[in-house]
Design a protein around this ligand. Structure first.
Ligand SMILES: C[S@@+](CC[C@H](N)C(=O)[O-])C[C@H]1O[C@@H](n2cnc3c(N)ncnc32)[C@H](O)[C@@H]1O
Length: 301
């Protein structure tokens, strides 16, 4: 397994120590912890799928070389846990990638308090945050408060777990602890978009590419022609596998009300873009309620 020791630059240390989470690329909050999409992904990867009407993504992940672009959130950790052979992660925002690297490097770190029984590691906090309703008792103190928050304000409970996770990272950086806490999985994080990947990973091919919330999404690749160019380049480095693209359609979150996610192209769905039709294998319309998952490939026959 490729195992590289992560050494943070002074700038990266500063971001981690100051809990800086504004993206360099557009000054929006970096998406560094599990959200609804990752919760859903986790339920498809590890849940009971008998009652689910969803695409079985596990066949694209188990024992496969997986590319995740963009690599925010914890999808890469979920894929590694689901048995990916390797996970290569690209995101164009350096702050996002710095936090992802830190979570991997300190995954098993429990901090000073961890010497006492019951204090969680960063990985355990990520797992708790992947649950819709974060479990109570992850922090062994203040259980009554956690219970009340879970009942009346689960978002506040999530925030307290996120805050504790960021505190653990800060402590680990301050103490300059060594790599004994690393998650022992082949996950490599890189700053950049597809163009950088094509230069840096010359001649490398992947079995699967997972592309969440990038195409047709605000602050992602918004224009139709840029999306077409992206897909045409990406299929070349996934010659025998699948491109898994979500969201795939412009439908409201709760059918009548709520947010739309595939919003920037003017098309109703990815497969409505004529230049992409030769690559369409199938669409799973029920992926994460109405958001949809498009499965594309070079060999769609
Ligand atoms: C596209 S944003 C979409 C989610 C949401 N609309 C937002 O603005 O946060 C999701 C992630 O994509 C990354 N990203 C944006 N454009 C990219 C590109 N061309 N290549 C790789 N990652 C990109 C961002 O840094 C961010 O982490």
């Amino acid at each position: 397994m490729l195992h590289t020791r992560v050494v943070f630059t002074e700038q990266e240390k500063k971001w981690l120590l100051e809990h800086h989470i504004a993206r360099e690329t557009d000054n929006k909050a970096a998406l560094i912890y599990p959200m609804g999409a990752e919760r859903f992904l986790s339920s498809v990867l590890f849940g009971n799928r008998k009652w689910q009407n969803n695409y079985d993504i596990r066949a694209d992940i188990e024992d496969k070389d997986v590319l995740v672009i963009p690599g925010y959130g914890n999808s890469s950790f979920l894929f590694a846990a689901a048995g990916a052979k390797s996970v290569t992660v690209y995101d164009k925002d350096p702050v996002t990638i710095t936090w992802m690297r830190a979570f991997k490097k300190y995954y098993h770190y429990r901090g000073n308090k961890g010497k006492r029984k019951g204090f969680p590691s960063i990985g355990e906090l990520l797992d708790a945050l992947t649950c819709g309703y974060p479990p109570v008792g992850i922090l062994p103190t203040g259980k009554l408060r956690q219970l009340l928050l879970r009942l009346f304000n689960p978002q506040a409970l999530r925030r307290s777990y996120i805050f504790y996770m960021l505190l653990l990272v800060r402590q680990a950086v301050e103490k300059d602890i060594k790599d004994d806490f690393d998650l022992n999985k082949d996950i490599q994080f890189y700053v950049g978009g597809l163009q950088q990947l094509l230069v840096e990973q010359k001649n490398k091919c992947f079995d699967t590419a997972f592309v969440p919330y990038l195409l047709g999404v605000e602050n992602g690749i918004e224009e139709k022609q840029a999306i077409v160019d992206f897909v045409k380049k990406l299929v070349k480095i996934v010659p025998n596998g699948h491109l898994l693209i979500t969201p795939s359609r412009s439908t409201k979150e709760f059918r009548v009300v709520g947010k739309r996610y595939f919003v920037t192209t003017g098309y109703d769905s990815i497969q409505a873009i004529p230049e992409l039709q030769p690559y369409v294998i199938k669409e799973n319309r029920h992926w994460f309620e109405t958001q949809g998952l498009m499965i594309l490939g070079e060999n769609n026959g």
